[in-house]
Ligand binder design. Structure first.
Ligand code: FAD
Length: 408
C-alpha cells in the first residue's frame, strides 16, 4: 500500500504544502507536519515542498489492495442526467449494479449530480437502490469534469465501494478515467459483460484486439474496481412496486465547484433518426453500397418506421456519419428488428448489433458470417430481395423513392 511520508527532520513547517493541497489533507500539530484521512495521494505536496521533505512510500510486502471499511463497500453507480432527465444508460447500470451487489451481498448506491435533482433522486429509490448520494447545486447543472469528479470521489471516500459503474457515454468516458486516476485504481472501458467470480472479484469482459478476442480483466490489487459499460448492452432495471432506501443530500466545498470550463449555452441535438433509440433498424453494408441500394434501404426503413444504419466502410466512404455506424467503433443497438442488407457480419459489426431481438440478414453469400447470428437468413441478391420485400407492403403507403434524390 502507498502512503505519504514526511521527513520531520528536513521539514521546516513553512506551510507551502498546506496551500498546495487540493483536499486540505495536511495539518501542523505539535510542530509536526501530518497527513489526515482526506489525503488522496495526489502528490501535489511533493511537488510544492521546497525542502523535498515529503515522499510517497510503498510498503513492500503489504498488499496494494485496500480492504473496504467495515460496514462499507458496496456497488456505486454514477447516474447520468441531461437537462435534469435521468439517462436510460443509468438504469442499465442500476440493473447490472443490483445483480453485482446481490452476488457480493453488499448495498447498491447511486451518485446523482445536477441542479434541482430531488425528484429524480427519489425516483431512483423505486429501482431497488439502497442509497442515493445527491449533489444538488446550480453550479452542477451541466456536466463539468472537475466538480463531477470531486463529487464521485467524495462519495467513494465515504462508502469505499468495491465497484464503481459508469455508462460509456461521452460524459462517462470523460469522467471515469479521472475518477480512477484520483482513486488510484484501474478502469476497464467499454465492458460488454460483468460478473462476480468465486473469489468475489469483478470479471470485466470487453472486446480486445479489434474485437477478435473477448478479454476478461480483473483488478485484483486495487479498490474500487471500475468499469464503463456501453449503452444498450445490459438489461435495464425495472421500476418496482415498492420504494426503498434513502436519499443522502451531499455538498461540495466551494473550491470543488470551480471548473476551467464555462458552459455558455447548451443546444439540444435532434433525436430524429437516432439509431440507439430505434426499434427497427435497416442496416446497409458494402454489398449494397450504391444509389439504388441506398434508395431501397431507405424505402424499407420508411415502411417499417425505422432508422437507417450502416457498417463502417460506408462511413469511411463518406456515405453516412459515424452516428449511424453500428459496431465496435460505432454504436451498440438493441432494436426489436435489425435487417442487415449486404453486410458480411465481421466480429466488429456483430459486436454492435447481436443484442437485437430479431435479426434478418440478406446476403448473396451463403457462407457469410452474418448468418451465424441471424434469426432469419435470406440468401440472395439484395437488389432482387429488397424490391420483392417492398412489394409486400401496401403500395399506397409511400411512393417509391426517386433514385435521383440520393446524392452519392
Ligand atoms: C478496430 C476495428 C474496428 C471496427 N469497427 C467496426 C464497426 O464498428 N462497425 C463495422 O461495421 N465494422 C467495423 N470494422 C470493420 C469490419 O472489420 C469489417 O471490415 C466491416 O464490418 C465490413 O463491412 P461490410 O460487411 O459492409 O462489408 P464486407 O465485409 O465487404 O461485406 C459485404 C457483404 O455483402 C455481401 N454482398 C455483396 N453483394 C451483395 C448483394 N448484391 N446482395 C446481398 N449481399 C451482397 C457479400 O457477400 C459480403 O458478405 C472495424 C474494424 C476494425 C479493425
Amino acid at each position: 500500500m502507498s502512503r505519504m511520508h514526511v521527513d520531520q527532520g528536513t521539514c521546516l513547517l513553512c506551510g507551502v504544502c498546506l496551500d498546495s493541497c487540493p483536499y486540505d489533507a495536511l495539518a501542523i500539530k505539535d510542530e509536526q507536519l501530518l497527513f489526515t484521512e482526506e489525503c488522496r495521494l495526489c502528490q501535489a505536496c511533493i511537488t510544492a515542498c521546497p525542502q523535498g521533505a515529503i515522499s510517497l512510500v510503498q510498503e513492500i510486502g503489504a498488499p496494494q489492495r485496500e480492504e473496504p471499511a467495515a460496514g462499507g463497500g458496496g456497488v456505486l453507480v454514477f447516474v447520468e442526467q441531461r437537462h435534469s432527465r435521468l439517462q436510460p444508460v443509468s438504469f442499465e447500470m442500476i440493473g447490472k449494479g443490483l445483480e453485482l451487489a446481490q452476488a457480493l451481498r453488499q448495498p447498491l448506491a447511486c451518485v446523482l449530480i445536477g441542479r434541482q435533482m430531488r425528484d429524480q433522486a427519489d425516483e431512483l429509490l423505486w429501482y431497488g437502490v439502497d442509497r442515493v448520494y445527491c449533489y444538488d447545486h446550480p453550479a452542477l447543472k451541466d456536466y463539468r469534469v472537475e466538480p463531477y469528479t470531486a463529487a464521485v470521489c467524495a462519495v467513494a471516500a465515504m462508502m469505499r465501494p468495491e465497484i464503481i459503474l459508469v455508462g460509456a457515454t461521452a460524459v462517462g468516458r470523460s469522467l471515469a478515467p479521472r475518477v480512477a486516476t484520483r482513486l488510484r485504481t484501474g478502469l476497464t472501458a467499454d465492458c460488454t459483460s460483468l460478473h462476480i467470480d468465486e473469489q468475489g472479484q469483478l470479471v470485466q469482459t470487453r472486446p480486445a484486439f479489434g474485437g477478435n478476442v473477448m478479454a476478461s480483466i480483473l483488478t485484483p490489487h486495487h479498490r474500487p474496481q471500475m468499469a464503463t459499460v456501453r449503452y444498450k448492452v445490459m438489461a435495464a432495471a425495472q421500476r418496482q412496486d415498492r420504494r426503498r432506501g434513502e436519499v443522502i443530500n451531499c455538498k461540495l466545498a466551494d473550491a470543488d465547484l470551480v471548473s476551467a470550463v464555462n458552459v455558455l449555452e447548451t443546444v439540444r441535438r435532434t433525436q430524429t433518426g437516432s439509431i440507439t433509440e430505434a426499434e427497427v433498424i435497416v442496416a446497409m453494408g458494402r454489398g449494397v453500397a450504391s444509389k439504388q441500394g441506398l434508395a431501397l434501404v431507405r424505402q424499407l426503413a420508411r415502411h417499417l418506421d425505422g432508422a437507417v444504419a450502416c457498417s463502417r466502410p460506408l462511413v469511411e466512404q463518406g456515405l453516412f456519419t459515424h452516428m449511424q455506424q453500428v459496431g465496435l467503433s460505432g454504436r451498440t443497438v438493441r432494436p426489436k428488428l435489425y435487417i442487415a442488407c449486404g453486410i458480411s457480419g465481421a466480429v466488429q459489426h456483430v459486436a454492435g448489433m447481436s443484442g437485437a431481438e430479431t435479426i434478418v440478414a440478406i446476403n448473396s453469400d451463403v457462407n457469410a458470417p452474418i448468418f451465424d447470428v441471424a434469426h432469419i437468413a435470406v440468401v440472395g441478391d439484395a437488389y432482387q430481395v429488397l424490391p420483392e420485400l417492398l412489394q409486400l407492403f401496401d403500395a399506397k403507403t409511400t411512393p417509391a423513392d426517386s433514385l435521383s434524390e440520393v446524392d452519392m
